[in-house]
Design a protein around this ligand. Structure first.
Ligand SMILES: Cc1ncc(COP(=O)(O)O)c(C=O)c1O
Length: 439
């Protein structure tokens, strides 16, 4: 806050934000990766208003609202495989907390020998939210290290990164290389492991780290082989971001537990969901006296206004054939960003669908990072904001994640401003003596 330059939004429409000082900014990161159909979408606004006329909130503890029930059944229809039971909460971190506790309690109630399964395997550089359980799974030093004394320790898996691979590991061999590291850990720890928790295909907050194709399905196979649950966190990748409604679909994977948030309501209201397969649900059934119920709940879980927004958002996917357009929009954006291929400090332009990261590096060949103190990603984003595009970096990775509704002319503005901002910042540093000679 010491250096905060206030940016206050008065209203928004489509991909455009208007500030209180009358600036118009293109929302290049979908209001933190959650807006799907654009701002002030009339179908979503109307659904919320109509619900408001009926009932704004009732609890889901011991009762429910018909709108929330309808949403639960729609989610069961659109999520992969036999995912069949929905537990609502209010944000992505809570969806992950619920998944952590659900996996734990599942094994506690699945027989004497499985009670030792109390640990989690999380990937290197994982990000699953900012509440304490989610931070425990987290592996981003900058965000998480400080809290180490108050966290539980997961078993740490590899960073299945396609861009920076270990020496001697080719692109083709990368999937098997990383999968064998996971297998080694599962072999050693499966008796103690409740679940593997991972983002499928892309680790967003880690810097848009894209996994080798096939890695997710290999982890699914390994979890089956070693009797460990698979929890997929699709808080960022879900609801069309990667080109399919859920990223898991691209490798025909059904996780045992799926975490959803952000785009669930089209990015309009706080709501999240933890969706489980029948075998999980069944382990929580029993007579009242057996106390097998899931010991977790949030006051605003399943809020009807948020449920109405989510239902409207899901029907827009069909009505506007949203998924069909994501691939062509992503292709168009990549074509425009190709202009940066000749820029010596652009190491990688990567992502899936409209979930894109542009990594700035000191030396392209060795993929050496810049000194983080230079705050280059931040400089790029500040300049872009001056030029009319609001984006936020993750270190030196410039993130582009616009609403899926973005039109071609708006993609052109987004790309032009980003290219110009990167070129300007990079040209500035190239003239600095510290930077001009690559290591
Ligand atoms: C993969 C992933 N999981 C969980 C979260 C946490 O969601 P929330 O910020 O809604 O708590 C995020 C947020 O960025 C995320 O990217």
């Amino acid at each position: 806050m010491a250096s905060y330059d206030p940016l206050v939004i008065r209203e928004a429409d489509g991909v455009w934000l208007t500030t209180t000082d009358e600036r118009r900014l293109l929302d290049g990161v979908a209001s933190l990766w959650c807006n799907v159909h654009g701002h002030a979408k009339k179908e979503i606004n109307r659904a919320i208003s109509e619900q408001l006329e009926r009932v704004a909130h009732v609890t889901t503890l011991g009762m429910s609202c018909d709108t929330t029930e309808l949403l639960a059944s729609e989610l069961v229809s659109c999520t992969p495989g036999d995912l069949s039971h929905v537990f609502f909460s209010s944000d992505g971190s809570s969806a992950v907390e619920a998944a952590i506790k659900m996996a734990f309690q599942y094994w506690q109630q699945s027989g004497h020998s499985s009670r030792r399964k109390t640990k989690y395997l999380a990937l290197h550089s994982a990000y699953h939210g900012d509440t304490t359980g989610a931070v425990s799974l987290g592996g981003i030093e900058y965000f998480h290290q400080l809290f180490a004394p108050i966290l539980f320790a997961p078993i740490r898996g590899p960073l299945p990164c396609s861009y920076r691979r270990p020496e001697g590991v080719s692109e083709e061999a990368a999937c098997e290389h990383y999968a064998s590291q996971v297998e080694k850990l599962l072999k050693q720890f499966h008796d103690e492991l409740a679940a593997v928790v991972m983002e499928p295909l892309v680790q967003g907050a880690a810097g848009m780290i894209t996994h080798p194709k096939g890695f997710l399905s290999r982890v699914r196979e390994l979890c089956d082989r070693y009797d460990v649950l698979l929890v997929c966190d699709e808080v960022a990748t879900g609801f069309g971001r990667t080109g399919t409604l859920f990223a898991c679909e691209q490798e025909q994977v059904t996780p045992d537990i799926l975490c959803l948030g952000k785009g669930l309501t089209g990015g309009y209201l706080p709501m999240a969901a933890t969706v489980a397969r029948p075998k999980i649900y069944d382990a929580f059934l029993g007579p009242v006296a057996a106390s097998k119920q899931f010991f977790h709940g949030h006051t605003f879980a399943g809020n009807p206004l948020a449920a109405a927004a989510a239902l409207a958002s899901l029907s827009l996917f069909e009505k506007e054939d949203v998924l069909r357009t994501v691939a062509s929009k992503a292709e168009h954006l990549h074509r425009k960003l190709d202009e940066l291929r000749d820029c010596p400090h652009v190491g990688s332009i990567r992502g899936r669908g409209l979930m894109i990261g542009i990594e700035l590096v000191r030396d392209r060949k060795s993929k050496t990072a810049f000194d983080p103190a230079l705050l280059l990603g931040r400089q790029v984003c500040e300049l872009a904001t001056e030029l009319g595009v609001w984006i936020r970096p993750l270190g030196d990775v410039v993130i582009l994640m616009p609403p899926l509704s973005i039109q071609e002319s708006e993609l052109n503005i987004l790309a032009d401003v980003v290219v110009r901002s990167i070129r300007t910042v990079v040209n500035g540093i190239r003239n600095s003596p510290e930077i001009s000679s690559p290591v």
